[in-house]
Design a protein. Structure first.
Length: 239
C-alpha cells in the first residue's frame, strides 16, 4: 500500500517529534474535528478497528516533516496501542493510509486548495474534506474523492462516503455552548447522528418521561384503591 522509497532505518513514533510546533489558528480547528471524533466514539463504541486523529502529524517519510491535518480517519488499525496512546501517526508502522483527511480553513490561508490537495492526492488519501465557514459564494464544505489519482469534488450536503459507511455534512447546531455551523456524521438516508450532548439530553428526557409515567400510574393505583375502599372493599386483600 505504501509506495514510498523509504530508507532502511525507520524510526518509531516515539523517536519522532509529535507535532510540527505550529499552533492552530483558532479554536474551530480543534473543536470541529473534536466533535466528529466524539460522535464516532459513541457511534463506533464497540469497534476497535479505527482511529481518528486531531491535529496530529502523519509521517510518510522519516527524512521529511509530517503532514498535520486538522483531522483524519483511518480504518483497519488499532484504536489504542496502549495507555500512552499515539504521539503521532507513522505510516510505516501503521501500514494503513488514512481514508479521510480534514482541513478547517482559518483566516490564515495555508494552501488547503493547492499544495495540501496535491500532497494528499500523492499519498493516496481517498477523501479530502475542506471546510471554510468564511466562504460566501461557494459551499462551506467541500468533499473531494480521489479518482484515478486526482481529486474530484463531490456534490451534496451531506456527502455519502461509501467506503466509510458514513456521510459527512454541515448544519447549524450547538456544541460546547456555541450555536453555529458544525460538521456532523450522517447515515445513508441523510439523517444526522446525534452529538454526545444530544444523546445525554435525550436519555435525561426519556428518564423524566419514565418517571412521570410511573408517577401517573401510582396516582391511578391510589385513586382505584380509594374507590374500592369507598365500596367497602379492602384493596390489600385482592390478589
Amino acid at each position: 500500500m505504501l509506495e514510498y522509497n523509504l530508507p532502511r532505518y525507520l524510526p518509531s513514533a516515539e523517536e519522532l517529534p509529535d507535532s510540527d510546533e505550529t499552533p492552530v489558528d483558532n479554536e474551530l480547528q480543534e473543536l470541529i474535528p473534536g466533535l466528529l471524533k466524539a460522535i464516532l466514539l459513541l457511534l463506533w463504541s464497540e469497534r476497535m478497528d479505527w482511529f481518528f486523529g486531531v491535529n496530529m502529524g502523519i509521517y510518510y517519510h522519516p527524512d521529511k516533516p509530517p503532514i498535520v491535518p486538522n483531522g483524519f480517519l483511518s480504518l483497519g488499525v488499532e484504536r489504542f496501542y496502549d495507555e500512552e496512546l499515539r504521539p503521532s501517526y507513522v505510516l510505516w508502522d501503521e501500514n494503513v493510509l488514512p481514508i479521510l483527511v480534514l482541513e478547517v480553513v482559518s483566516q490564515n490561508y495555508r494552501k488547503e486548495y493547492s499544495d495540501k490537495l496535491d500532497d494528499y492526492a500523492a499519498m493516496g488519501v481517498l477523501y479530502y474534506v475542506i471546510y471554510s465557514s468564511r466562504r460566501r459564494r461557494k459551499p462551506h464544505l467541500e468533499v473531494h474523492e480521489l479518482v484515478n489519482g486526482k481529486y474530484q469534488l463531490q456534490s451534496g450536503n451531506p456527502v455519502w462516503l461509501a467506503e466509510i459507511g458514513l456521510g459527512i455534512g454541515c448544519e447549524r447546531g450547538n456544541y460546547c455552548g456555541l450555536t453555529r455551523e458544525w460538521l456532523y456524521w450522517y447515515d445513508e438516508e441523510g439523517k444526522r447522528y446525534p452529538t454526545p450532548e444530544e444523546q445525554i439530553k435525550a436519555a435525561q428526557k426519556r428518564a423524566e418521561l419514565a418517571e412521570q409515567q410511573a408517577q401517573q400510574e401510582a396516582r391511578r393505583a391510589q385513586q382505584l384503591a380509594e374507590q374500592l375502599r369507598a365500596l367497602g372493599i379492602d384493596p390489600d386483600t385482592l390478589n
